[in-house]
Design a protein around this ligand. Structure first.
Ligand code: SF4
Length: 249
């Protein structure tokens, strides 16, 4: 007698952000929570409130967190790879998030019986990313539940979280666009780094020190940020950006 087909496993690629949290809530409305996995990668530099929020969400839908990790934080990774990531090439996302999650999927969620859910936010800016994300997740089927509805602003998405009884992660309230890597993301632009300096000077100081150490370690003029003036790109170190900020405040 053939063995029965296992039930479909619904794996939420949870980042700790509002998009993937709402995705989990929407999926939990239509499938058995026992068939869901809330998969999150720990980059070792997340804001502590990301974990508070993640635990709240897990308790709310009745699905425990499944936490995977490379084990390194972004700075250790950059040293190991002898490369300082930036908004053009953020190898930290690949090594600290995508690879650990994919490895978990390979061992625990066969593509024939599993669906991956990604929390792309329903906005004109983010919708076009879906195709490439789905391609990268092959051979798994990928669904983007939030894209079924109309475009919504971040504020509207955060309101939905509150209406559902969840307190959003504090980084949004503190003026950050995303709840990732404690606000010190290599893909964030100058504006967010200036904001980080104001809100979390200790985190900025750590990033500045790490950047300086990597520059010395590599013996190269590298930086996370770049600035283009009269069409010519220039390096902009976090130290230089801080000095500019201090001079104008
Ligand atoms: S959130 Fe930013 S710093 Fe963190 S892993 Fe992703 S790209 Fe790197």
């Amino acid at each position: 007698m053939p063995s029965p087909t296992p039930p479909t496993r619904h794996v939420i690629q949870f980042s700790g952000g509002v998009g993937s949290a709402l995705t989990a809530l929407h999926v939990a409305e239509r499938v058995d929570p026992n068939t869901m996995t809330l998969l999150i990668a720990d980059t070792k530099v997340e804001d502590p409130d990301l974990w508070r929020f993640s635990r709240d969400l897990a308790g709310h839908i009745g699905v425990p967190l499944t936490i995977v990790a490379d084990g390194r934080d972004p700075w250790q990774l950059f040293r190991d790879k002898r490369f300082l990531a930036n908004d053009r090439l953020a190898l930290c996302t690949r090594h600290l998030k995508q690879i650990p999650c994919r490895t978990w999927m390979e061992h625990n969620a066969p593509p024939e019986t599993s669906i991956a859910y990604v929390g792309i936010e329903p906005s004109k800016r983010d919708r076009p990313r879906a195709e490439a994300i789905a391609r990268n997740w092959a051979p798994w089927t990928v669904e983007f539940p939030l894209l079924d509805g109309p475009d919504r602003t971040k504020a509207e998405l955060l309101d939905e979280l509150r209406e559902r009884g969840l307190i959003p992660p504090r980084l949004y309230e503190l003026g950050f666009e995303h709840n990732n890597c404690g606000g010190a993301c290599v893909r964030a632009g100058q504006k967010q780094w200036r904001h980080l300096l104001e809100v979390f000077p200790d985190r900025y100081a750590r990033a500045e020190t790490e950047e300086e150490e990597i520059r010395t370690f590599l013996g190269k003029d590298v930086s996370i940020l770049k600035r283009t003036r009269q069409g010519v790109p220039h390096r902009l170190t976090l130290a230089a950006l801080r000095l500019e900020q201090e001079a104008t405040s």
